[in-house]
Design a protein around this ligand. Structure first.
Ligand code: ADP
Ligand code: MG
Length: 625
């Protein structure tokens, strides 16, 4: 008996790390018993008291003691069953482990029996076993966790911090089980209640609030033997860590760097650096294709085909993002009150957060760090469509017309080339006209020769002209690359510059790739190279910038992603700079192009393109609200 208690205590070390692990195991048991309502009650972060009550099947009285024996699982019978696991539990370790390190009480009853069973343990020793009156279902109460293993108890954190772990796991389990009504009460206060309406979206709302709830995009992708589903948040809302990501495989909440990286890859250039998406990603897969028995607390699973899972999740996310309407109005009405905002702005100790999964309710915080522009010599880069060949005006005329109407017609030359296809311009007209997308907007003017000010009704937008143009160029180049047709422009006189021996050595290998990107570059003499063509959009590029660009491209790692890196460099060089004066018409065209892109929110480096100020915030500043 003693030996069994000891081995259970050892097992508890693996399965039960903290109060949150108890909650997880008990709630999983309730789910395995097909409960439709689960109530979790905790005190002092679960250190003093945890009770989980369910309305599931219950345990037949004769089996109750067995449930507390090691490997007393009712869920698998033989090794073969391990490969068909559809239940959350299967190791038969949780109950004996918890009983070994706490004071535990279980009351349970099945439908077919008149009376229920009460069983109690103290430090692993059974103290009571009797018949009691009880409703159908199971209730487990765990008091004074680790009271008999002081070394373990010492490792627990303050209640506030243990509470956060519990909120976190309860929230994630709720996300994995939208059909189940889950209620969490902490020190007498209800902190989570999901209605069990079967909708993941509802649970997201409950946990994350309106700001995120209203900006969700559904994900769905079916492949041969698995389905990827879930909800992801629009790219303009993001987090500084991965806390708001939940991965669910066959109903089981797991940690998965594979799924996290697939998710992030799906967002690719849409998020600022070191910012992370908010998402719930569910993979439902033939259970024979995964191994769930790789982690004592069952927090990980192994897939038989990682690369396929990675690819499908990434594609599912990418499709969802690109098909979603990029300008759905975000929730202005439900934005927080100033008091809530103030509270949320103070990045107080995380302990105090009521619900750790809950964002600051104001939600959208602009990433800080907008740079002060360095004023460069004005170059009408946005007008690079106008090539030297097309210029018939004198330099002076061209200069005075630089920002005039005439420069506009050259921004969408594709229309002329593909008359039977819908033109870019039409396409963008249509998108903008769509009332659900970009609201009616009007350029007010340019500020600091860097930001475009836009009146968008209930919002004032500040748009960084450089990054906006980068985004436009990025998508154009990307499309050109996909169609294997980046339009190149030949220089009248090829540009020549010194490359250096090291880079020249790389040139031979790189020249086909450069060509694909629109650059025809060849070696010239011992140290120099000749650039014959550049992409059309870059035809105005200066000599030293061109050199930097070529060196930059051949200096990128020659892996799959070199194209992305190259495009980013090209956009940066090709885009209108901060400090360039633009006319309203040019700005207007730039914005039309921007809103026609898949992601008008961030530049290819991940910097924000648009900062949106809400009219009510402005009113408040003036004391009108
Ligand atoms: P496992 O979940 O791995 O089977 P546990 O130690 O968690 O192991 O539980 C042991 C057994 O007790 C389960 O297999 C199940 O038969 C029974 N059991 C535990 N909790 C419940 C519950 N809430 N409702 C019905 N049966 C339960
Ligand atoms: Mg279990």
């Amino acid at each position: 008996m003693l030996e069994e208690i000891t081995s259970n205590q050892i097992a508890a070390g693996e399965v039960i790390e903290r109060p949150a692990s108890v909650v997880k195991e008990l709630v999983e048991n309730a789910l395995d018993a097909d409960a439709s309502t689960i109530t979790i009650e905790i005190r002092a972060g679960g250190k003093e008291y945890i009770r989980v009550v369910d309305n599931g099947r219950g345990i037949p009285s004769a089996d109750v003691p067995l449930a507390f024996e090691r490997h007393g699982t009712s869920k698998i019978r033989n090794a073969e069953d391990l490969f068909h696991i559809l239940t959350l539990g299967f190791r038969g370790e949780a109950l004996p482990s918890i009983a070994a390190v706490s004071e535990l009480e279980m009351a349970t009853k099945i439908e077919d029996e008149k009376a229920g069973t009460l069983i109690t343990f103290a430090g692993g020793t059974r103290t009571r076993l009797e018949r009691v009156g009880a409703p159908v279902g199971t209730s487990v109460t765990v008091r004074n966790l680790f009271y008999n293993t002081p070394a373990r108890y010492k490792f627990l954190n303050q209640p506030a911090s243990e509470r956060r772990y519990i909120y976190d796991i309860a929230g994630r389990i709720a996300l994995a089980n939208p059909k189940v009504r889950i209620r969490l009460v902490s020190d007498g206060e209800e902190v989570l209640l999901t209605p069990g309406d079967g909708k993941l979206e509802t649970v997201m709302w409950n946990i994350y609030g309106a700001q995120i709830g209203e900006n969700l995009i559904p994900v769905l992708r079916k492949s041969n033997y698995f389905t990827v589903s879930g909800l992801i948040c629009r790219p303009e809302i993001h987090r500084g860590n991965r806390q708001a990501q939940t991965f669910i495989v066959n109903g089981r909440v797991i940690d998965s760097t594979l799924l996290a990286s697939a998710l992030e890859k799906g967002y690719q250039t849409m998020l600022p650096r070191r910012r992370f998406p908010i998402a719930v990603v569910c993979v439902n897969i033939d259970p024979t294709q995964i191994d769930v028995n790789v982690h004592p607390a069952k927090r990980e699973v192994r897939f038989s085909d990682n690369s396929e899972i990675y690819k499908q999740v990434m594609l599912a996310v990418r499709r969802a993002l690109s098909s979603s309407d990029p300008f759905a109005p975000w929730t202005l009405e439900s934005a927080a009150s100033p008091a809530e905002e103030a509270a949320a702005q103070e990045d107080g100790p995380a302990d105090q957060a009521r619900f750790p999964l809950t964002p600051n309710q104001t939600g959208y915080k602009e990433p800080a760090g907008t740079h002060v522009p360095h004023i460069e010599q004005s170059r009408a880069n946005y007008i690079t469509r106008q090539t030297s060949l097309e210029r018939t005006q004198t330099a002076a005329e061209a200069d005075s017309n630089r920002f005039s109407d005439q420069t506009l017609k050259i921004t969408a030359p594709e229309s002329a080339k593909a008359p039977n296809k819908k033109t870019d311009a039409e396409e963008s007209e249509n998108r903008i006209a769509h009332p659900k997308e970009v609201p009616a907007w009007r350029v007010i003017g340019q500020y600091h020769q860097t930001y475009i000010l836009v009146d968008a009704g209930a919002e004032l937008w500040l748009i960084d002209q450089h990054v906006a143009h980068e985004r436009v160029l990025y998508e154009r180049f990307q499309k050109g690359l996909l169609d294997k047709n980046i339009e190149a422009q030949a220089f009248l006189i090829p540009r020549r510059f010194e490359l250096g021996i090291a880079s020249l050595a790389l040139l031979e290998e790189w020249s086909p790739k450069l060509k694909e990107l629109g650059f025809e570059v060849e070696q010239f003499g011992q140290k120099d190279c000749l650039v014959r063509t550049v992409p059309y959009e870059l035809s105005q590029i200066g000599a030293s910038e061109l050199k930097d660009l070529i060196l930059g491209i051949i200096g990128t790692d020659d892996d799959e992603d070199y194209r992305h890196e190259a495009l980013v460099l090209m956009c940066c060089k090709g885009a209108v700079k901060a400090g360039e004066r633009l006319t309203n018409q040019v700005m207007d065209q730039l914005l039309r192009d921007l809103f026609a892109t898949n992601n008008p929110y961030t530049c290819p480096h991940g910097r924000p393109v648009i900062v949106r100020l809400w009219i009510n915030d402005i009113h408040r500043k003036f004391g009108r609200l």
